[in-house]
Ligand binder design. Sequence first.
Ligand SMILES: *[C@@H]1O[C@H](CO)[C@@H](O)[C@H](O)[C@H]1NC(C)=O
Ligand SMILES: *[C@@H]1O[C@H](CO)[C@@H](O)[C@H](O)[C@H]1NC(C)=O
Ligand SMILES: *[C@@H]1O[C@H](CO)[C@@H](O)[C@H](O)[C@H]1NC(C)=O
Ligand SMILES: *[C@@H]1O[C@H](CO)[C@@H](O)[C@H](O)[C@H]1NC(C)=O
Ligand SMILES: *[C@@H]1O[C@H](CO)[C@@H](O)[C@H](O)[C@H]1NC(C)=O
Ligand SMILES: *[C@@H]1O[C@H](CO)[C@@H](O)[C@H](O)[C@H]1NC(C)=O
Length: 483
Amino acid sequence: MKIAIHLSLHFSLLFFVSCYGGDVYDPLENALKIQRSRRSVLNHVSNEDHSAEYSTSPVYMGPQDGLKGVDKISSLPGQPAGTDFDQYSGYVTVDPNHGRALFYYLAESPANSSTNPLVLWLNGGPGCSSFGNGAMKELGPFRVNADNTTLSHNKYAWNNVANVLFLDSPAGVGFSYSKNSSDYITGDAQTAKDSYTFLVNWLERFPEYKTRDFYITGESYAGHYVPQLAQLVLQNNKITNQTVINLKGIALGNAYVDDETANTGIFDYFWSHAIISDEIHDGIISNCNFSEGATLTDACEDYQIKARVAKSNIFFFDIYTPLCSPFSNSTPSISGFDPCTENYILGYLNAPDVQQSLHAKPVQWESCNMFVNTHWQDMPFTVLPVIQDLMASGISVWIYSGDTDGRIPVTTSRYDISKLQTSVKTPWYPWMYQGEVGGYVVGYENLTFVTIRGAVHFVPSYQPGRALAFFTSFLEGKLPTDH
Ligand SMILES: *[C@@H]1O[C@H](CO)[C@@H](O)[C@H](O)[C@H]1NC(C)=O
Ligand SMILES: *[C@@H]1O[C@H](CO)[C@@H](O)[C@H](O)[C@H]1NC(C)=O
Ligand SMILES: *[C@@H]1O[C@H](CO)[C@@H](O)[C@H](O)[C@H]1NC(C)=O
Ligand SMILES: *[C@@H]1O[C@H](CO)[C@@H](O)[C@H](O)[C@H]1NC(C)=O
Ligand SMILES: *[C@@H]1O[C@H](CO)[C@@H](O)[C@H](O)[C@H]1NC(C)=O
Ligand SMILES: *[C@@H]1O[C@H](CO)[C@@H](O)[C@H](O)[C@H]1NC(C)=O
């Protein structure tokens, strides 16, 4: 019996290697570890103004005529009957000299596509695919079934209310590539520039979206990408001969925006959610200084290791969901989300007919590119000043949080908001979804904070209904009340 349990634990650990999460595979932790040790060596002060880096030299504009038609997806293998919206995917070249091209997938709305807004969605990592994660596991129109070959319709997909554009960014991630592999050593500034170049070229390919209301959304490490890209868009909108992008707002989900709050928020969340002992929490409070420029002591490192050991084998990205294991295969969670979805996506997106129907270059597709992740160059300690600029710019800024995430927990987002130094306009209240509390809202000056109750790091996966309700409010520019 003991041996059997042992064996199955081992077996499930093997499974986790391909699952997005657990201690074995945490792209954000991997990148942060490297950045933090690099910072402590350089004693790098990164709060300086990075906007000069992002304000671009002339943007490359490539020919786009006729490419929209080429990008139209006739149908995806295994797609359910009755699929009633248009889909496009393909590449936009952002650097012709290097042969660098970014892959996108557009899911248009089934109804009112010509008037619904355009929303860009970005996943983080850094190095993780927005198409393979965001579209296939979270808010996209389809979920991959356990057979790896057929798709189910996600009735809570965000393309019900917006035309949603998923971008694999930067080059090297998902289906995006460069012919010059030196491009896979990259960072925040280049990612923002390339995403901007992508956008202005994509709008030439799809000119009907040029004046459409536009939003940038994303989660996790996209807490860096989204504000940085939004800032670049606003800066370039001021240059008269540049495409004006009608940016209306941004939404950041369980977002990594500040390194200090990312640390303090985790350990306070672990303690308040009965994952670590009082002793470990006290040890962290009294030995760790996570602020910029502070040195991490050995005692602090020790307590952090103790915390991770104490946490044990739970899914860091959601402290309550079942793990992907041989047992969970047959028993998806009550919400209908299957914790092994990641594996089915891997199988599906590596099928040659699927890659062909997506107009993708044949590749060994991976959820996250760990080379890009490990070699990440520039990563400012905080992007809170960028968010403050955006708040003052007049666009709408929303921070939302799935409240069962342990990776970038709701405590972290609340500490971020405290550092943003804005004032409460509409005090904390519950918002409702189908007669139950969907989460809580606070309206601040130039900022909205929304929690999604029972949602994980990947908010729409386990709470698709509440996620769509919150997203609809975001697009309407109204605080969620009752859905
Ligand atoms: C905009 O003007 C600048 C300066 O005159 C020029 O260098 C740049 O190429 C122009 N950009 C476009 C997209 O035409
Ligand atoms: C489409 O737009 C019309 C007019 O605004 C609205 O009445 C209708 O509910 C919309 N349909 C959907 C499915 O959103
Ligand atoms: C790749 O890019 C680097 C950096 O711009 C450049 O030095 C190198 O010559 C390029 N390699 C090729 C094969 O073009
Ligand atoms: C933490 O480190 C920062 C930066 O070195 C320093 O300014 C601050 O006083 C320290 N905080 C405490 C509580 O020691
Ligand atoms: C689905 O794909 C995953 C990842 O490649 C693989 O481990 C699994 O065996 C596949 N399942 C089926 C039913 O083919
Ligand atoms: C809110 O925006 C206005 C201008 O739009 C700005 O003057 C004010 O400082 C901003 N406040 C905060 C807290 O961002």
